[in-house]
Design a protein around this ligand. Sequence first.
Ligand SMILES: Nc1nc2c(ncn2[C@@H]2O[C@H](COP(=O)(O)OP(=O)(O)OP(=O)(O)O)[C@@H](O)[C@H]2O)c(=O)[nH]1
Ligand SMILES: [Mg+2]
Length: 423
Amino acid sequence: MENKSGTTPERAILVGVASGSVDPATVETHLEELELLAQTAGAEVVGHVIQRMRRINPAFFIGKGKAQQLIQQAHELDCQLLIFDDDLHPGQIKNFQQLSKRVKVIDRSALILDIFRKHARTREAKTQVELAHLQYLLPRLTRMWTHLERQMGGIGTRAGAGETQIEVDRRLIRNRIAHLKRELVRIEKERSTQTARRKTGYRVSLVGYTNAGKSTLMNAITGAEVFIEDQLFATLDTTVRKVVLDNSRELFISDTVGFIRKLPHHLVASFRSTLAEITESDLVIVVADASSDQLEDHLETIRRVLGELQATRENRLLVFNKIDRVTDPDQLQRLKNRYPEAIWVSAKHRLRIDRLLQAIADTMESRYTTARVEVDYADGKTMALVQEGVEVMQRELLEDRLRLTIRGRRERVRKILHQVQSK
Ligand SMILES: Nc1nc2c(ncn2[C@@H]2O[C@H](COP(=O)(O)OP(=O)(O)OP(=O)(O)O)[C@@H](O)[C@H]2O)c(=O)[nH]1
Ligand SMILES: [Mg+2]
């Protein structure tokens, strides 16, 4: 079998651990998600292994006997990869390398980073992903130098006097990290001039678990063609589109990278500027796949990542997508009882999108207000002031004055009225 890139896929065994309060059934659902991740990364999964443990073994994460047995199994099944659902310490990976040269051991974070690397398209996403990857790699450097030399173009890779190859690699990586951080600051500056232009508009962002249907919903709302695929992390960049409701109310809607359980910390950190679009929004639409049996888990992950980004809780709308796939009436009723505030849609089949648009319009309305101001024709300064950061709905010509009907955020309109009155 060949994968999308036309190469033979690496064969993988997935490994999960049930310990403490985590029962094997939950671990199995986590492994199913890990399998989707592995497939997205281009691997072929040949088996799931779950080990129950009371205590994590510091040397191999799982027990030593189990580790040896797994390596043996991998050899027999012609597998090149063991993928752990939990994060492994660098030392644990090294210990596995000592058991086998042929079998590579990686963890969930490494897999997610790999997918992000493959899906990064723009300069910003590429820079963010490379930064996260190198930060992840730094404490895990082992005998990877040949790999690195290739990756980094081999410049300055010769070891200096008394410097081991690993030290050289570490130095190279640190330099590169510093460079990437500077690069990101520059890209961020460019971005902030772009967003400044949108500052006066109402900003809405779509957030949610990966594969929940955010991009499909974006398309349903805007008619734009945003990349959609049934795979994890199809979208890594933020797309912003303008939408006009009822021919008058203008808003900017953005679709961005999805969340996932145990999103590597480095990724959240380096995607901070992309995710800033969320924290700066007037409204956050949380999109969830209502047909997923992991819905509660997904909502919890979203709450946690939004918390990590310090997004406010006040301005959120909950949207349950993929209602076309919720066929069990009991399940539907249960969800409706539990989340009475949720708006139910099917982005793919364009069902109830108008309800969602109405809800957006309502929240906009509650933050916006309309007012009338009159300004002398001769007073150019005030004329400019009253139009700044608001929409002008109507202009009426009076004898010596102009009467404007303006609409904008409450705070802004209040400030304008105050300034005009105090003249
Ligand atoms: N049945 C059904 N499928 C849907 C619906 N909405 C989206 N999908 C499918 O779900 C898959 C993921 O959709 P996307 O829009 O790419 O999801 P996303 O949230 O943007 O995913 P990432 O960008 O990967 O985080 C695609 O195969 C869509 O066709 C829906 O309402 N019903
Ligand atoms: Mg998407």
